[in-house]
Design a protein around this ligand. Structure first.
Ligand SMILES: [Zn+2]
Length: 234
């Protein structure tokens, strides 16, 4: 049987038998798990392959429950690991990744994840996690409608409504909506091109408020349970 080679980001690992681990990596084809036999034995030099957040390329057997044969470490993102806050936010992002439905657009998400990991070098975790979550609404199939009123298609929008899943015009104001300032900021973040645009223009936003809003949006539109959001922004 031929071996296969996959690039991915280590999302989690668990101890398997006495000296081994099962490693879950997120790849452009989705989540893949494999056995890293003997990886708890330091002499084997497999620690980087089982360390969360590392980007690796793994050669593994082509079986239902593959075994890693060899690997290359591409990036260990030390600038995240050296910073507690960045690490906690990155773990939150990886928690979202680990809960993706199997039929998600993985190629798109993988490239977004890789880009966000790079951006952690220059920007803080709260901003990047908020941005990641707003962008990911598309991949979860619950992207907010932002350019026109959700109810009447009026392009003259004034409010942002979590429950209605997007913008509302002046005729459709409701009690629990957010104002135009929030709507504009969500729109700016949703449409920003993170591969080519500078993120400096969103840097000054009140990310605590936007992070709260996007988490509320997830709890009412995305079918996954996320814990610990509030502890990230105390
Ligand atoms: Zn309307």
């Amino acid at each position: 049987m031929e071996n296969i080679c996959l690039e991915g980001i280590v999302v989690s690992s668990l101890i398997y038998k006495e000296k081994s681990k099962i490693v879950y990596i997120y790849t452009k084809d989705g989540m893949v798990s494999f056995r890293a036999l003997g990886s708890l034995n330091e002499k084997k030099g497999m620690l980087p392959l089982t360390t969360t957040m590392n980007r690796v390329s793994v050669i593994m057997t082509d079986k239902a429950f593959p075994r890693a044969i060899d690997y290359t470490l591409y990036d260990s993102y030390e600038y995240i690991k050296d910073d507690l806050k960045k690490t906690l936010f990155m773990q939150y992002i990886l928690e979202i990744i680990s809960k993706l439905p199997e039929d998600s657009p993985h190629e798109r998400i993988y490239s977004l994840l890789k880009r966000v990991l790079e951006l952690f070098k220059d920007y803080d975790g709260l901003m990047l996690t908020t941005l990641f979550m707003i962008k990911m609404t598309y991949s979860f199939g619950v992207a907010p409608i932002l350019k026109k009123c959700v109810i009447c298609n009026n392009p003259n929008t004034m409010y942002f409504s979590i429950r209605d899943g997007g913008a509302l015009c002046g005729n459709h104001h409701k009690r629990e909506v957010f104002n135009k300032d929030i709507l504009d900021k969500i729109k700016e973040i949703y449409f920003i091109d993170i591969y080519n645009d500078s993120l400096d223009k969103i840097k000054g936003y009140d990310m605590i408020e936007l992070f709260r809003i996007v988490n509320l949006y997830y709890s009412s539109h995305v079918d996954i349970y996320l814990k610990g959001a509030s502890s990230l922004i105390f």
